[in-house]
Design a protein around this ligand. Structure first.
Ligand code: URA
Length: 434
């Protein structure tokens, strides 16, 4: 087999066979095929697209290019949850203890944040001492003992995807739906869960800016998951404004704790209930939606989800006392209000800009090597649909540096659009697929 022929076949609109896909994925991972030939193939795929079979073969080849985690020694149906990322997305922090408290084993691999969206691992590290550097054995043991563990992605998880994604990033070939879907799903399949719930975000703070693109990505990922023998459901949810009110690592942890105490923001609670319901249904813990919702609500009213979070934090070296006493979490030295300069309804928030404000304050990474400040960020007091008068507080800014605070506040005000016309309100849940 020759890489040249594979490139030409795809360039001319042909369908690549499983053998051809395995050949290029293995050859590229083992550095037998050079970047320039794979770049040419990625560009041919970008223009000619991939069929359902090609997409599945590519996903499987990338998943199998490294370690495939074997979770068979964990009892029960393991259900993973994945978000395509957004601003203020602290869902895993609240959802995983809720689901674990309902008896679904949570064995999850998570990543760090890069750019304006945060990563679950960074947020969890707000708990003093917490670590996600677990061996696979410890990871499995923790799930068997307390029902929940979260570890960092190992270097050997889908290494072909790591190489291909880096190449696509510099060759203008990231935004092809099948390449994105196979990239995300290869890591999910390698992480070993029996079933997968995907939270595909749509809007100005999301990777997929339009609802049409988010729906297309969701459908493609559900198809891959089901074709690979893992029951998969996708929830398409709004990211046209930050999720909940808190944006920033420790601030988001506080909001997740509030939610487990029953006093979280309504949009965030609704998303957790929707995703949790799908997880309980796939995991066989509930027979219908109403039963699943009732179980999840009970974990909040009886405090079992909060207790599960404390057990989980302690099992991974963190100080569980901070779950009951959040003042132990990192706190910024400056907390200042940002006030509205005008009167009217908030019609639109440039969500990615709010993520950038948190990044400017030090809460996100500009590069992979950046150190982040866990204490900084923003807490929104007003969101889309709210009416404000001139001088009303739109948000509180949490900072450790006055000049960064000024830059972030100026940018924040430009991201809020206010007019006399009340906007049409929509539910945070746009569609459930699968
Ligand atoms: N996230 C991924 O993991 N892969 C892509 O291709 C795009 C976003």
């Amino acid at each position: 087999m020759r890489m040249y022929d594979i490139i030409m076949k795809k360039r001319n609109g042909g369908e690549l066979s499983r053998e051809e896909i395995d050949f290029f994925v293995e050859g590229y991972t083992k550095e037998r095929i050079p970047d320039y030939q794979v770049s040419a193939l990625m560009m041919a795929i970008y223009f000619q697209k991939m069929t359902e079979n090609e997409t599945l073969h590519l996903t499987m080849a990338m998943a199998q290019s490294g370690e495939m985690l074997d979770l068979a020694s964990i009892n029960g149906i393991k259900v993973d949850k994945h978000s395509t990322g957004g601003v203020g997305d602290k869902t895993s922090l609240a959802l995983t203890p809720m689901v674990a408290a309902c008896g679904i084993p949570v064995a999850k691999m998570s990543g760090r944040g890069l750019g304006h969206t945060g990563g679950t691992i960074d947020k969890l590290e707000s708990f003093p001492g917490f670590s996600t550097a677990l061996t696979t054995e410890q990871f499995i043991q923790n799930v068997n003992e307390i029902g929940i563990a979260i570890m960092g992605q190992t270097a050997d998880l889908a290494p072909a995807d790591k190489k291909l994604y880096a190449l696509r990033d510099v060759t203008a070939t990231v935004d092809n739906m099948s390449l994105i879907a196979s990239s995300i799903m290869s890591k999910k399949l390698a992480a070993g869960a029996d079933a997968i719930v995907l939270d595909v975000k749509t809007g100005s703070g999301a990777f997929m800016k339009t609802e049409g693109d988010a729906l297309a990505l969701a459908r493609e990922m559900v198809q891959i998951g089901n074709n690979a023998g893992r029951r998969t459901v996708a929830v398409v949810s709004d990211m046209d404004q930050p999720l909940g009110r808190a944006v920033g690592n420790a601030l988001e942890v506080r909001e997740a704790i509030d939610t487990l105490k029953g006093c979280g923001p309504k949009d965030f609670e609704e998303l957790c209930m929707t995703l949790g319901t799908q997880m309980l249904l796939l995991g066989g813990a509930a027979s219908d939606k109403d039963a699943a919702e009732a179980m999840l609500r009970k974990t909040i009213s009886e405090g079992s989800a909060l207790k599960k979070l404390a057990q989980f934090v302690e099992a991974q070296g963190g100080d569980a006392e901070a779950v009951y006493n959040p003042s132990m979490l990192p706190e910024a030295s400056i907390v200042e209000p940002i006030r509205s300069e005008t009167e009217g309804f908030i019609t639109h928030i440039e969500c990615d800009e709010i993520g950038v404000c948190s990044l400017i304050l030090g809460g996100g990474r500009e590069t992979k090597e950046s150190e982040i400040d866990l204490s900084v960020g923003l807490v929104l007091e007003k969101k889309v649909g709210d009416f404000v008068k001139k001088g009303d507080i739109l948000a509180y800014l949490h900072a450790n540096d006055r000049s960064k605070a000024k830059t972030a506040a100026d940018r924040f005000l430009k991201a809020y659009h206010i007019s006399a016309q009340k906007p049409e309100m929509r539910s945070i849940i746009r569609e459930i697929i699968g």
